[in-house]
Write a protein that binds this ligand. Structure first.
Ligand code: HPA
Length: 270
């Protein structure tokens, strides 16, 4: 595994003069951040050795070297979801590669269903913790001690420093940011009313189908993580209505300018 990661990292390093400091996974609702990137090089996933290829609608699958406010970043336009059939190692492979390229900070975004009754559709939640309900873990199997410890600490999955900065940015720009726990589950089904209720009882504020695997791997390698989520539908009893992928995309698109603003500012301050 180490050798494959190294080969892919070497290939990517040879593609641009930029030395990215931050890796950004552009999930649903952050696609528009691409317009804020001064692009140096954009590479299709198909062209990258050993990279899986993204299939889900609304994710185009390119790795982008560029700068945001002069800060060099590497952005993933489109991520790999477990529900697409990739295993946990494939889902998290790009994060391994980022670290090998010298990136020590990871930004992740996603769309989620709201569980906290104080949330409304369109709200933006800074992820301050997560619950892994995938029933799987990307660190299963032989541990690669060169990458990280066998039993990684998870006491600060999301950087308190980055979280505090983001909340400050929200205040300065009149952007209401919630804070809460994200529960990650496999999908691809959205939750039944009973499942939404269960996740709320378990202590989550929002539920989605990504992010947890990437953050586990990032923390294994001691990368600082920041996560942000758009509440695109409600899982609160009494408010649950039929939900579709299209609606999720629409709500996320509407919240996009606010998300973009927060991330853009945060990049400059890291
Ligand atoms: N559940 C799971 N994933 C999601 C949801 C949801 O309600 N909304 C957007 N992604």
């Amino acid at each position: 595994m180490l050798q494959t990661i190294q080969q892919t990292a070497d290939f990517l390093v040879s593609q641009s003069e930029l030395k990215p400091a931050i890796g950004i996974i552009l999930g649903t609702g952050l696609g528009g951040l691409v317009e804020e990137i001064k692009i140096d090089k954009s590479i299709s996933y198909e062209e990258i050795p050993d990279f899986p290829v993204s299939t889900v609608e609304g994710h185009s699958g390119r790795l982008i070297f560029g700068t945001i406010n002069e800060v060099p970043i590497l952005a993933m336009q489109g991520r790999f979801h477990y529900y697409e059939g990739y295993d946990m190692k494939q889902v998290t492979f790009p994060v391994r590669v980022m670290k090998m390229m010298g990136i020590n900070t990871l930004f992740v975004s996603n769309a989620s269903g709201g569980l906290n009754p104080d949330y409304v559709v369109g709200d933006i939640m800074v992820i301050n913790d997560h619950i892994n309900m995938f029933g799987d873990n990307p660190l299963m199997g032989k541990n690669e001690n060169k990458l990280g410890p066998r039993f990684p600490d998870m006491s600060e999955p999301y950087s308190k420093r980055l979280t505090a900065m983001a909340l400050e940015i929200g205040k300065e720009n009149n952007i209401d940011l919630k804070q809460g726990v994200y529960v990650g589950t496999t999908g691809p089904t959205f939750e039944t009313p009973a499942e939404y209720k269960m996740f709320r009882i378990l202590g989550a504020d929002a539920v989605g189908m990504s992010t947890v695997p990437e953050v586990i791997v990032a923390r294994h390698m001691d990368m600082q993580c920041f996560g942000i989520s758009i509440i695109t539908d409600s899982g609160v009893p009494g408010q649950i209505v039929e939900v579709s992928h299209e609606e999720v995309q629409e709500v996320a698109a509407a919240a996009e300018p606010k998300m973009t603003k927060v991330i853009k500012e945060l990049v400059s301050r890291v």
